[in-house]
Design a protein around this ligand. Structure first.
Ligand code: SIN
Length: 523
């Protein structure tokens, strides 16, 4: 059956988390079409973020100090302009969300209550109701989007691939919506489809998030940056659930400690900052405690104790659901795939290497997070770069957009892995491309991906798995979240990875700005 055709005279935004909706809100007066893969406000990582949103909000803090912590956490490969842009925007972005109605916790004097999280030099994370920041902020932007006449939302609509007019120009997306295949043509296409934690067996992300945006961009020929850098959160709750509920880092900020099964504190054995060391360091300490048989638990009984239900209601509910009372007993924890620093290469306006294709939020890689994202910079990134991308697409000239539908280059419909093969892939990703990697494991993973590629040619999950595995194998060092037991040293010069799908076997490093042609900087 032929696809339906829909010509949209405005930006098409693929994804409806904090990044996608921030793009849509800021693109007014353009008429924006947003695709939400499920009901609005559900199953995006933004809504699950517990800690809060980092910004220099206190008199003792400054955007420069926030920038310095962001750069330090990113382990030598943070893009300086992106970090400066993000941290300078921080306070204004939080104030705007506050003014929109996000119910941040305030002190009696009206200032923000701020939490301390790992690798921040001081308390800088604005929170909502203890651990409800993501949910409350997303509800605020969802309400704003629903009442904005310039925004149309298609729920239960997901993109299958990008449509192009030539090798370098995106003109739309093939979309599945309510059982129909629709070619949606638009003068600007914005990927805001989130991360890819669902590629791993243990993740804190909605399991359906497997990085479709990055894979679609890769297949369309866009430059992908740093795919090997996947952040593992040290304290996923190990209750055997998929996805794993998160035990927010703010618990450690409040003094909760990591102990083994005998109650011995272990995080200080690896780093003087103990539980508040950079996230990759703590994740490896938890991984080591578990794989050596000591076991790993987060003990908040002394630091938080009876206050747990009011201070951390989400974590409390997850624990009680699984029969663990965190007021009186330690919580079992495991590292869980949490955030992708890599993604579609963009500049600080969200422009990718393909004309009229933009990306924002976790599926984008501005380089702001380097090899390891600083805690609670993700909601800030989604909102701040979402705003910037919205402003960038606000200027597009819709009258110029007259797509030649008959000559369009359409994507193949990607196959889906069946449940058994998806489970095999996810388990192999956790085992071989997880917290600790090495050549033997990555080659085992590559063999499985090759076997699956033969049966599911072009499956989006496999495109991403291949990008991660190949680039992780190619990076002969340990840096930030990418730890190689066979290359434990960090190279003196930090280099990012930039790769096109077609060139994967000759992955290049270095400055990819030359690959972004000036022609894609203007419509
Ligand atoms: C957390 O609350 O620990 C997660 C926040 C983040 O990933 O930035």
């Amino acid at each position: 059956m032929a696809n339906d055709i829909h010509i949209h005279k405005g930006p098409l935004v693929i994804g409806a988390g904090l990044a996608g909706l921030s793009v849509a809100l800021n693109a007014a007066p353009q008429h924006v079409l947003v695709l939400a893969p499920v009901a609005l406000g559900k199953a995006c990582s933004s809504a699950w973020a517990q800690g809060g949103i980092a910004a220099a909000l206190s008199p003792e803090d400054s955007p420069e100090a926030h920038e310095a912590d962001t750069v330090a956490a990113g382990a030598g490969i943070v893009d300086p302009l992106a970090a400066k842009t993000l941290t300078e925007m921080g306070p204004a972005v939080v104030h705007r969300l506050n003014d929109m109605g996000a119910p941040f916790d305030h002190k009696p004097d009206g200032s923000f209550v701020l939490n301390r999280e790992a690798a921040h030099g001081l308390a800088r994370v604005a929170r909502v109701g203890g651990d409800l920041a993501g949910k409350a902020i997303l509800e605020t932007v969802v309400n704003a989007a629903l009442t904005s006449p310039h925004i149309d939302i298609w729920e239960n609509a997901f993109a299958l691939g990008l449509i192009k007019s030539d090798a370098d120009t995106v003109i739309g997306a093939l979309v599945e919506h309510q059982g129909r295949r629709i070619e949606v043509y638009a003068p600007a296409v914005v990927l805001a489809s989130g991360g890819l934690g669902g590629l791993f067996a243990v993740t804190t992300n909605p399991a359906a998030l497997r990085g479709d945006g990055m894979a679609m961009a890769a297949l369309a020929g866009a430059i992908i940056a740093d795919p090997e850098f996947v952040q593992f959160h040290p304290t996923g709750l190990d209750f055997g659930k998929d996805p794993a509920p998160l035990a927010t880092e703010a618990l450690r900020g409040e003094g909760a400690i990591l102990v083994d099964a005998k109650g011995i504190r272990f995080a200080l054995e690896d780093h003087e900052d103990g539980e508040l060391a950079p996230r990759d360091v703590v994740a490896r300490a938890v991984h080591k405690a578990r794989s050596s048989g000591r076991g790993a638990f987060l003990d908040a009984t002394k630091a938080i104790g009876a206050h747990f239900p009011e201070e951390f209601p989400t974590v409390f509910a997850s624990c009680m659901d699984s029969g663990v009372d965190p007021r009186t007993e330690p919580m079992p924890v495991a590292p869980a795939a949490h955030y992708h620093m890599g993604g579609v290469k963009t500049d600080i306006y969200g422009r990718t290497s393909l004309r009229h294709l933009y990306a924002a939020g976790e599926c984008a890689s501005t380089g702001v997070h380097g090899a390891n994202r600083l805690a609670s910079n993700s909601l800030l990134e989604a909102a701040a770069f979402g705003e910037r991308v919205g402003q960038a697409v606000r200027g597009i000239d819709i009258e110029m957009f007259v797509p030649d539908v008959t000559a369009a280059l359409r994507p193949e419909t990607p196959p889906q892995l069946d449940a058994v093969d998806l489970k095999r892939l996810r388990e192999a990703m956790s085992l071989h491309a997880g917290v600790v990697r090495n050549e033997t494991g990555l080659k085992t993973l590559q063999r499985l991906i090759g076997e699956l590629e033969a049966r599911y040619q072009g499956a989006l999950a496999l495109v991403n798995a291949r990008l991660i595995a190949d680039c992780a194998l190619h990076r002969h060092e340990s840096r930030g979240s990418h730890y190689r037991s066979d290359y434990p040293q960090t190279a003196a010069e930090g280099e990012r990875t930039f790769v096109r799908w077609a060139d994967l076997d000759k992955t290049t490093r270095g400055d990819a700005t030359a690959c972004i042609s000036p022609a894609c900087l203007t419509y």
